[in-house]
Design a protein around this ligand. Structure first.
Ligand SMILES: O=C(O)[C@@H](CO)OP(=O)(O)O
Length: 249
């Protein structure tokens, strides 16, 4: 049996402001830092000892990992950062307020943009400074691979091969792995692990800063999975994420 831990970053400034974030590199809020520390403490209490960590190239996930590792006293660990674990690219919606967008385009349209499996949000143009190919961070990457927008299906297409080709071999070597990433890059991975249908993935929402443990069999199929922490608070946090794109109130 193998065990891995997945974790969405703690609350970011744009989570707080309820703005579509995607690949924009916003930092954690004070609350987000506390969530990351609490996650580290929970993992420590449960006796987790990791060998290798993976994260995205976005600071909210990187910082969450650092804070959690600090609490665990495992800051010595190797960390692999890869854009394939980045948040789903939100195209031209990046920076917009989710509630205001719902007021303008309707709850249903925003729900489709946020959670449908294969409808991407409106795309950026290649002139946009938000296109990753125009940013120094991605200058060595093939511009053809840099998204102008992504639906979850597109995110699955980069996250799952990364999982299969990079992470699974390390798990098979016996390494204990911690992955800190993002709401939608983790939804892409969980869809694959739990074999969730395109229709049912719409209902999956991931709370910030909460360790999610997966126990996997020899074929990397989940035996069980569970969040660490206060289960009632986690349920409420998941419902709050689902409600972020609604107009009104
Ligand atoms: O804005 C984003 O990038 C994501 C995660 O915060 O939001 P959503 O939950 O709306 O997909």
């Amino acid at each position: 049996m193998y065990k891995i831990v997945l974790m969405r970053h703690g609350e970011s400034q744009w989570n707080l402001e309820n703005r579509f974030t995607g690949w924009v590199d916003v930092d954690l809020t004070e609350k987000g830092r506390k969530e990351a520390a609490l996650a580290g403490q929970l993992l420590k209490k449960q006796g987790f000892v990791f060998d290798l960590c993976y994260t995205s190239v976005l600071k909210r996930a990187i910082r969450t990992l650092c804070i959690a590792l600090d609490e665990l006293d495992q800051l010595y660990l190797p960390v692999i950062k890869d854009w394939r674990l980045n948040e789903r690219h939100y195209g031209a919606l990046q920076g917009l307020n989710k509630k205001e967008t719902a007021e303008k385009f309707g709850n249903e349209q925003v729900m489709i943009w946020r959670r449908s499996y294969d409808v991407p949000p409106p795309a950026l143009s290649k002139e946009s400074p938000m296109w990753p190919a125009n940013q120094s961070r991605y200058r060595l990457e093939d511009p053809e691979l840099m998204p102008l927008t992504e639906c979850l299906k597109d995110t699955v297409k980069r996250v799952v091969p990364y999982w299969e080709n990079e992470i699974v071999p390390k798990i098979r070597e016996g390494k204990q792995i911690l992955i800190t990433a993002h709401g939608n890059s983790l939804r892409a991975l969980i869809k694959h692990l739990d074999n969730i249908s395109d229709a049912d993935i719409v209902g999956l929402n991931i709370p910030t800063g909460t360790p999610l443990v997966y126990e996997l069999d020899e074929n990397m199929k989940p035996i069980k999975s569970y969040y660490l922490g206060d289960q009632e608070a986690i349920k409420n946090a998941m419902a709050a994420v689902a409600a972020q794109g609604k107009a009104g109130k």
